[in-house]
Every structure is written in C-alpha cells, then in structure tokens.
Design a binder for this molecule. Structure first.
Ligand code: UD1
Ligand code: CA
Length: 459
C-alpha cells in the first residue's frame, strides 16, 4: 500500500494481561508465529504507516526488544502507572506533538485488525470538520465493550460498559478500540479528558464527546466483529489463532497453493509459498519459511526458518530447522532433520539422517543413517560435501571435515579426515570371515546340550 508519513501509528502495549496467567507479558504471546504486538506493528507497516510509536509497561526490555525486532525505528514510551487508555496515549506526547498529521491509536492485544481498516480510520479522521474516527462493529454479545451512542446517525459519545445506563447497554454497535484523531486537535482533546467514571481511569473514548463539544464531527468506520477481537486470556488467544490460520490458508489457496486438508496445515504470517506447490495434510510451518514453486511438502513435516527450492520434495516426517536451504529439486525424505545446512540442486537425503552445519553439493547422495557430528559439547563445526559425492549408509562425518566432489564414503564409516575428490574413504573395521567356525562352536560340550534343546520339533 501507499506510504503515509503523515500518520503516527501508536500501539498501546502497557497492559498487564493478568488473565493470561503467564510469566510473559500478554503482548509477547504469539499467534501465527508472531507476537501480538508484532501483529499490530506489521499491519500498520502494511497499511503504509512508517511513523510508528508504542507505549509499553515499565521495565519491559523484552517487549521493547520485540518491538525493535519487528519494526526497527519505532519510538518507545513507558507508562509507569496504568491509568487508562488516554493516559497511555499521552505518554507518547513528544511523538504526537512532533507528528502534526493524524494520530492512529492501535491496541497491542488486538491482532486481527486489517491494514485496510487502519487506513480507512486514518482517512476518516482527516476529513474536513472531523476530529475523531472510531472502529465500530456489531457485537454478537456487547457486554464489556464501549457502546457507540448515536443521534440521527451521528456518533455523539462512547459509553464504557461499566458506565452505561440500562438503555445504553442494549446498543449493539460497539467500540473496537481503534481510534484515529485529527493531529491538530489530538493533544487538546486528550488533555481535556478527566478520570470521572466508574473505573477512575482516563478513557480515550471520551475524545468523541469532547470533539463534539468543540464543534467537530466524529465518524464510525464499520468493521467485521472478527477484527475487533482482543486477546485477554488463552481461550481468546486460541480463537485468534484459528481465525488467522483460516485467513492464511485461504490466501495461499487463492494464490495457487494446493492443500489437500487445509484445516490440518499450520502457517505463519510470514510464510511464502510458490504456485503449484502441494502441502499434504498435517504440516506445521513456523516463522521464516519460504517455499518455491512446484515443491511438495509431504504429510507430517515440520518446517521453521527454512528455504525450499523449486520442485524440491520434503517428508513425509521431515524436520527442517532454521538455516535449512534446499536447492532446486532437492529431496529430503522421512525422518531426516536438517539444520543450518545448504543442499545443492538435486541432492538427495532420503532417510533417517541428521545434517547440521553442512554444505552439500549438487546431486550428492546422502545414504540412510548419515550423521554430521557437528558438536563436541562446546563448539559447532562444519561438514562440506562436494557435488555428486556419495555417502554410504550409516556414516558418521566428524566435523570439521570435507568430502571432495565425486568422492565415495563406504557405508558404516566414521570419517574424521578430509576425503579428496573422487576418492573412496573407508573408516570402519575390516570384516573377517572364518569358514565353518559356527560348526565348531556349536560342537563344544557346554553348547551341544543347549543346541539340542533349542532345535524346534521337526526342524
Ligand atoms: C477498550 C475501550 C472500549 C472498547 C474495548 C475494545 C477505552 C476506555 N475503552 O476497553 O470502549 O470497546 O477497548 O476492546 O478505551 N492500555 C494501556 N495502558 C492503560 C490501559 C490500557 O497500555 O493504562 C492498553 C492495553 O494494553 C490494551 C488497550 O490499551 O492494549 C486497551 O485496554 P483495555 O484495558 O483492554 O481496554 P478495555 O477495557 O478492553
Ligand atoms: Ca481489552
């Protein structure tokens, strides 16, 4: 979407989230592989807002770090005491005063708001004569929400549930929490808010009545109830996850990805999948995964932080960990784990293997049961395998070690020294064969009796 530097998008994230019953602050809980506060910031970025700020609770370096990770450059303010949504907004006074354009207030615990809705709010608040735009929705059950009080179709006030009269509580049009303020009057309105209400808090929602009293209009931007969904406990967290997963699956299906049982596939917000890729049932895709076109992710595979090249095949039962990078047409089969390793085009790792901290050349064939021994308990070391190399089954490659292009490693080898290109390396005990040994062994007096007893009847 078009860039908009005239809007300051301010995310409120100072809530305590006691109902989460968690050692972690609420806004760091994740849905679709991203923190709740990350969703608000990302959606604001997608909407085109580059001027971002956030208000966080006191002594929360973890929240500040997550905000910096998702949206570097976000101005961060602390709210030392939790005195209400308007009080929280005012902690960012310096940014609001410097902004001058539109102030868009977002909640750090409301991850389903679409970028389009954010833009519509900012645009409505910037219309001539308008000072406030509020995201409204028709609530199936309005209990707990602020009610949008209208007169002749005009928004005149927002009444918090706890302060509402019996008549006002029958209103189903509710405040989704998001609000855009005309930057020229925002601070004047915010400074006029008093905590004279049931909760003794500074309500951001009072902006509406205050704007009307000054002769401005207030507008409602209607959104589906789903977008207003906030997270206060883990039941709501799971409900948001379900909605986001449904949205993500649908977007990928529409973009040309096949999913045989989409309801069993779990995606992340940043998942990228190319056209004609097939995702089989029961696949989990964590953050940071890019899958090219025409790939197949077979059933029961788990991917995170991985790149899958065009036409590559993964699974069933494969695990791709961060830094796995599969080239075009590469194949990773069942019970294979790949971490921080590049697989060249057409390389095959078909069964029961661990490749970590490794580079595998194009068309190399890694036999079943191969293990890169990359860790000595203190440090990690790399394994380099050249193009067209052939690693026999059940080999242990003790890193750091290099296997040259086209080299062979005999199966069952423990390879501790580099293998030159096109060489054969055998790192295992030599087999000895003693003809007839078993006959002599069985004939020993102490074994003979037992042998008879063990011989099956008629056998
Ligand atoms: C708010 C709205 C209500 C609306 C509802 C929608 C107000 C007064 N009420 O109520 O009309 O229907 O959202 O979900 O705005 N926060 C701070 N510091 C504070 C207080 C809140 O950072 O001192 C943050 C919270 O972390 C949260 C957001 O502001 O992200 C909303 O606060 P919350 O207490 O959940 O407001 P509600 O009572 O749900
Ligand atoms: Ca809330």
């Amino acid at each position: 979407m078009e860039r908009n530097d005239r809007t300051l998008a301010l995310v409120l994230a100072a809530g305590e989230g006691t109902r989460m019953r968690s050692a972690r602050p609420k806004v760091l809980h994740q849905v679709a592989g991203l923190s709740l506060v990350g969703h608000a910031l990302r959606a604001a970025g997608t909407a085109g807002f580059s001027n971002l700020a956030a208000v966080i609770g006191p002594d929360r370096p973890d929240v500040a770090a997550e905000i910096g990770r998702v949206a570097p450059g976000t101005a961060i303010f602390e709210q030392r005491e939790r005195r209400g949504t308007a009080h929280a907004v005012l902690q960012a006074r310096a940014a609001i005063a410097a902004g001058g354009g539109t102030l868009l207030v977002l909640f750090g615990d409301t991850p389903l708001v679409r970028p389009e809705t954010m833009r519509a709010l900012a645009a409505a608040a910037a219309e001539p004569g308008c000072a406030v735009a509020v995201m409204g929705f028709e609530a199936a059950d309005p209990a707990g929400y602020g009610r949008l009080v209208t007169e002749l179709g005009e928004l005149v006030a927002i009444r918090e549930h706890k302060d509402a009269s019996e008549a006002e509580r029958t209103i189903r049009l509710c405040n989704g929490g998001l609000m855009a303020l005309n930057g020229e009057v925002a601070l004047a309105l915010l400074d006029a808010i008093r905590p004279d209400n049931a909760q003794n808090e500074f309500y951001l929602t009072d902006c509406v009545a205050l704007a009307r009293a000054r002769g401005y209009r207030a507008q409602v931007v209607l959104a589906p109830e789903e977008e207003a969904m906030g997270v206060n406990d883990r039941v709501q967290l799971a409900a948001c996850e379900a909605i986001l997963q449904r949205r993500l699956r649908e977007a990928h299906l529409r973009a040309g990805v096949t999913m045989i049982a989409p309801e069993t596939v779990f995606l992340s917000l940043d998942t990228e999948i190319g056209r004609d890729t097939v995702i089989e049932p029961h696949v989990v895709i964590g953050p940071g995964v890019r899958i090219a076109a025409g790939a197949v992710i077979h059933a029961f595979s788990h991917l995170e932080g991985a790149i899958v090249g065009e036409g590559a095949s993964v699974g069933p039962f494969a695990r791709l960990r961060p830094g796995a990078d599969l080239g075009t047409g590469a194949k990773v089969g069942n019970f294979v784990e790949i971490k921080n390793a590049d697989l060249g085009a057409g390389a095959k790792v078909s069964h029961l293997t661990y490749l970590g901290d490794a580079t595998i050349g194009a068309e190399a064939n890694i036999g079943a049961g191969t293990i890169t021994c990359n860790y000595d308990g203190f440090n990690k070391f790399r394994t380099e395998i050249g193009a067209h190399a052939f690693i026999g089954s059940n080999s242990a490659l003790v890193a750091p070690v290099t296997i040259g292009a086209g080299a062979f490693v005999g199966s069952g080898s423990v390879i501790t020294e580099d293998v030159p290109a096109d060489a054969l390396a055998l790192g295992r005990g030599r087999q000895t064969v003693k003809p007839g040994w078993a006959v002599t062994f069985r004939a020993r007096p102490e074994n003979a009796a037992k042998t008879k007893a063990r011989t099956p009847k008629g056998g």
